[in-house]
Design a binder for this molecule. Structure first.
Ligand SMILES: Cc1ncc(COP(=O)(O)O)c(C=O)c1O
Length: 410
């Protein structure tokens, strides 16, 4: 998003024009920003066979998925409908990985039928997998990333202790026993590296622990480091230098492959890194009021459309597209849900009046995909801007959408 002639533009389209054409609240995705992030993610890697699998749970709009397909990514999915969407968009089954968590084995059976790569994260499903397929269908094993906790970071250690994900490291022998019992074809090792890892050095020391474990599995084709790479949202918090991470991992992975005896693929599953900063929630300031000493700005959206500030305390930069360079004033920005619904407390923003267009940045990931119709409000439309052209890629909900599954009795 660029500031030109006192107003914000997304690929040269004034945000106010987008608001006028499509109405607010509105989600807008800028494909140039997605491409920039993807290029940066790939930049550090020069010698290894890197495969980026877009974690579409972050933003499941199929036009965005198609854009990423055109950029040569695969797909990381966590449910059968996500796989279905991926196939509809045109991803090859082999480029889709299914990484579900705590699902019934029947979902894994259906995913096998759909021909996608299977990632299993508990011993019980691995046993069932062995009983049904033996070694005829390759399987990737998701390990609990407590591996990375060996990198001596208290924060990382804390995170891993909360984690329900993956098979614990003290169960590697159980995995090996199942591998032997059913002649499993374990072709991948997966860890989701988590967003609390901020430095390439900590990441690399976790990766080396993974490589040591990988040496115990003879049939590997890839190692998958998951997602969780944080994006700079302008809150001043540290983020990992992805280019430096790429360079260091490129080297370490090559060393590992040599030791392993053959070249493996290196997979990542970024979601938020690719689409987080590419998305904007465009709203209108509809109410300005003072309560006590607080100056409130009420916008025509709420935590039903962007839950991250209320759920995670997430920071989103806020801008006024109608008065970009106005004198700064302190506001608490709130939504219209009948509960505490804060987007930002005591934020310095250009003077804002009712009718102004208010932009929330970094709303591409886990924005629309976590939206609901709570308070019986319509979910916003989504617009994708590509090649300087804004196109509607999902229309706004309407009343029929809201009630279509209800059965009125009595
Ligand atoms: C296994 C796995 N891969 C990828 C992701 C995507 O994470 P992010 O959007 O933080 O990159 C997640 C997020 O929960 C995950 O659990």
């Amino acid at each position: 998003m660029k500031l030109q002639n006192n107003t914000y533009h997304i690929q040269n389209i004034p945000v106010e024009n987008l608001a006028k054409e499509f109405g607010t609240p509105l989600y807008v995705y800028d494909t140039e920003v997605i491409k920039e992030h993807l290029d940066r993610f790939r930049e550090g890697f020069s010698s290894v066979d890197l495969r980026v699998k877009y974690a579409c749970k972050a933003l499941t709009n199929m036009s965005v998925m198609k854009f990423l397909l055109k950029q040569g990514t695969g797909l990381d999915t966590v449910s059968l409908p996500e796989i279905q969407m991926g196939l509809t968009v045109g991803f090859q089954p082999n480029d889709i990985v299914f990484t579900p968590n705590c699902v019934d084995f029947s979902e894994i059976e259906q995913a096998v039928e759909m021909g996608v790569k299977i990632n299993i994260e508990n011993l019980s499903n691995l046993e069932k997998f062995g009983q049904k397929y033996n070694g005829s269908v390759p399987v990737c094993i998701r390990l609990n990333p407590q591996i990375a906790a060996q990198a001596n970071s208290e924060k990382v250690d804390w995170w891993h202790k909360q984690s329900k994900f993956g098979i614990s490291l003290d169960q590697i022998d159980d995995i090996k026993a199942l591998e032997k019992k059913y002649d499993l074809t374990i072709d991948g090792i997966h860890i989701h590296s988590s967003s609390v890892i901020m430095s390439p050095e900590i990441f690399i020391s976790g990766a080396k622990a993974v490589f040591n474990i990988a040496m115990r599995f003879e049939k590997l084709a890839f190692i998958d480091f998951g997602g969780g790479i944080k994006v700079d949202v302008g809150d001043g918090n540290e983020v990992i230098d992805v280019i430096e991470l790429g360079k260091q991992l490129d080297q370490e992975f090559s060393v590992f492959c040599e030791k392993y005896g053959r070249k493996l693929e290196l997979w990542f599953e970024p979601g938020r890194y690719l689409v987080g900063n590419a998305g904007y929630l465009i709203t209108t300031c509809v109410v300005r009021k003072r309560n006590g000493g607080t100056e409130f700005l009420g916008v025509d959206s709420g935590f039903n459309q962007l839950i991250r500030p209320m759920m995670y305390g997430a920071y989103h930069e806020i801008h006024n597209a109608s008065n970009a360079n106005g004198a700064l004033k302190k506001y608490t920005v709130v939504g219209n849900i009948c509960e505490i619904d804060n987007f930002a407390i005591d934020r310095m923003l250009p003077e804002t009046k009712e009718g102004d267009i208010v932009i929330f940045k970094s709303a591409g990931a886990y924005g629309y995909s976590m939206a609901s119709t709570y308070n019986s409000r319509f979910r916003p439309p989504e617009v994708m801007v590509e090649g300087g052209q804004a196109r509607l890629v999902r229309r706004r909900d309407n009343y029929e959408d809201l009630v279509k599954n209800q059965i009125l009795v009595g």
